[in-house]
Design a protein around this ligand. Structure first.
Ligand code: ZN
Length: 464
C-alpha cells in the first residue's frame, strides 16, 4: 500500500470527460469546497513537514559521520575500518538526502498537478480502446488493474536511476556489490511478473470485498488480509525466495550438529537448515528463520559463514531463537494484523466522503470515485500522519525486542561470542559506529551497536 502512495507520474492533468454513470460512493456534494482545498493543502503541508523533519535528522546524522574519533566501546577495533565505515555512511546519507528530496518534490508536484485523476482517465481510455470497457462503473476492477500497472511501471522507471546508482556506484565503490547488470535486470523483471501474478488477483479481490461488503466491509477486508498474510508467509519462503536465491542444506559437520543441539535445548522445532547464496548479490551478511508451527527453518547467508566463527554463529542464532522464544515473531504478526484492522476501519469512515477526493481532482460528481483511488488517497492523506506515529512506535518496540533477544543469548552463556560476532558483522558491513541519537531513535529498528555492547557488558558485570 505504502509503495503505491509514493509512486511517481507524468505532470499533465487533463480535465475529466463527463462520462455519466452511477456512483459507487455515496455523494455528499453539499461539502464546502473550502474543506476540499484545505485537505489538499494539509496533505502537501504534511508531506513537506515530514520531509523537513527527516531532512533535519539526515543533516544531524551527516555530522555524526564526520566525527573522526570513535567510541571507546570500539577501542579494540581497527581505526581503518572506522574510517571506511564513516565514508560508506557518508556516501549513503548524501545519496539518501538526494533521493528523499526527489521523492518529496515528485509527491508534491504530482499532488498539485493531479497525477492520479490524469492516470485514471488515461486508464479508462486505454480500457475503452483496447478492451471495450465502455462502462466505467461496470469495469471498475479491470480499469483499476490498468491504473495500477501504469503507476507501477512509472514508479519502476523513475526509481531505476536511483537503484542503479546505489547498487553499481555506492555499494560497488565500498566493495559490497557482487551482482552484474544482467542479474539486476533479471531480478527486476521477476519482481514485476510476481507483482502481476500475486498483486493483480490480490487487488481485484480486495476491491471486490470492499464493493460488496456493505457497511461492515472492513471486517471482511480484515479477515481477507489475515488469510492473505498467513498464506504469503507460507508460500514466500517455499516458492518465491528460491526464484531469487539458491538454498542448500548446511553440510553435515560440527556446526550443523551444534545448531541442532541448540534448537533441541530451546525446544525449537527445527526441520531444515539452509545456506543461502547471498554472495551472489552482495557481501552483506545475515541470518533469519521462518516457518509455522512445527515446521521451522533457519537460513544462514554464505557470507555469514565466512565472516564469523562457529561459536559466534551459535551466539547469533541464540539471539534469533530468543526472538521466537520470547514471542516476538507472533506478536509482530498480531501487531501487523491490528494495524490493517485499524487502517481499514478508518478507511471505511472516509470512504463515502466525496469532498476528500474532490480536493485531489476527482471532482466530477457524475462519475463514481474509483475504490482504488479512494484507498490510495486515504493512505496518502489522512492515514499518513497516523502511519508515521505507528511506525515510530513499532521502531521503539523493535529496539526493545532486540535488547531482550540479546539478553536471551547472554543468559545462554554466549555473551562474549555474541559481542564479538556482532562486532565482526558490523565491521564487515561497515555499519554506523556513532550514529546521531535522534537519527537512530527515529530510523533504527536495531539499537546502535555501541548500546547493545554496553547493555551486554552491564549484564556480564552483574553475573560476575
Ligand atoms: Zn534481532
Amino acid at each position: 500500500m505504502d509503495r503505491w502512495t509514493s509512486l511517481p507520474w507524468t505532470p499533465f492533468y487533463t480535465q475529466q470527460s463527463a462520462n455519466a454513470s452511477t456512483s459507487a460512493v455515496s455523494v455528499d456534494d453539499q461539502d464546502s469546497p473550502l474543506l476540499a482545498y484545505w485537505s489538499l493543502a494539509a496533505t502537501v503541508a504534511f508531506t513537506i513537514v515530514v520531509y523537513s523533519f527527516e531532512g533535519h535528522l539526515d543533516a544531524r546524522q551527516k555530522i555524526s559521520y564526520q566525527q573522526t574519533s570513535f567510541p571507546t566501546e570500539l577501542e579494540t577495533t581497527l581505526q581503518a575500518k572506522f574510517r571506511s565505515a564513516q565514508t560508506y555512511g557518508l556516501d549513503k546519507i548524501n545519496f539518501g538526502i538526494l533521493a528523499g528530496t526527489y521523492d518529496t518534490a515528485e509527491s508534491v508536484v504530482f499532488l498539485l498537478l493531479g497525477f492520479l485523476p490524469y492516470v485514471w482517465d488515461w486508464s479508462c481510455q486505454l480500457g475503452q480502446t483496447y478492451f471495450g470497457y465502455h462502462d466505467e462503473a461496470a469495469y471498475e476492477t479491470n480499469i483499476s488493474l490498468i491504473f495500477l500497472a501504469i503507476i507501477t511501471l512509472i514508479g519502476t522507471v523513475t526509481q531505476l536511476p536511483f537503484e542503479l546508482y546505489s547498487t553499481f556506484q555506492i555499494e560497488r565503490k565500498h566493495g559490497f556489490n557482487k551482482q552484474t547488470l544482467s542479474l539486476f535486470f533479471t531480478d527486476k523483471i521477476k519482481s514485476l511478473l510476481l507483482t502481476c501474478l500475486i498483486g493483480g488477483p490480490f487487488v481485484a479481490l480486495l476491491l471486490y470485498i470492499i464493493r460488496v461488503g456493505g457497511e461492515y466491509f472492513y471486517l471482511y477486508v480484515w479477515a481477507f488480509m489475515f488469510v492473505f498474510s498467513a498464506v504469503m508467509m507460507t508460500l514466500v519462503p517455499v516458492f518465491i525466495m528460491p526464484l531469487f536465491n539458491k538454498y542448500e542444506p548446511l553440510p553435515d559437520g560440527d556446526l550443523k550438529t551444534r545448531i541442532y543441539a541448540l534448537a533441541d535445548r530451546l525446544q525449537y522445532p527445527l526441520t531444515k537448515l539452509f545456506v543461502m547464496d547471498g554472495s551472489k548479490r552482495s557481501s552483506h551478511s545475515n541470518a533469519f528463520m521462518f516457518g509455522f508451527g512445527n515446521n521451522k527453518r533457519i537460513v544462514l547467508f554464505d557470507t555469514l559463514l565466512t565472516q564469523v566463527q562457529e561459536d559466534e554463529i551459535l551466539a547469533i542464532l541464540g539471539h534469533e531463537l530468543g526472538h521466537w522464544k520470547l514471542g516476538h515473531t507472533l506478536s509482530n504478526f498480531a501487531v501487523t494484523q491490528m494495524y490493517f484492522g485499524a487502517a481499514f476501519y478508518f478507511f471505511s469512515l472516509t470512504y463515502g466522503s466525496r469532498s476528500l477526493y474532490a480536493a485531489f481532482g476527482f471532482d466530477d460528481v457524475s462519475r463514481p470515485v474509483p475504490t482504488i483511488v479512494a484507498l490510495l488517497l486515504f493512505f496518502q492523506t489522512l492515514w499518513a500522519p497516523v502511519d508515521k506515529i505507528l511506525s515510530f512506535i513499532l521502531t521503539i518496540t523493535s529496539r526493545h525486542n532486540e535488547f531482550a533477544a540479546d539478553r536471551f543469548s547472554v543468559d545462554l552463556g554466549m555473551s562474549q561470542k555474541l559481542q564479538s560476532g556482532l562486532c565482526k558483522i558490523h565491521l564487515e558491513n561497515l555499519g554506523a559506529m556513532c550514529p546521531d541519537p535522534w537519527y537512530s531513535t527515529y530510523h533504527y529498528s536495531h539499537p546502535p551497536l555501541v548500546e547493545r555492547l554496553g547493555a551486554m557488558m552491564a549484564l556480564d558485570r552483574k553475573t560476575k
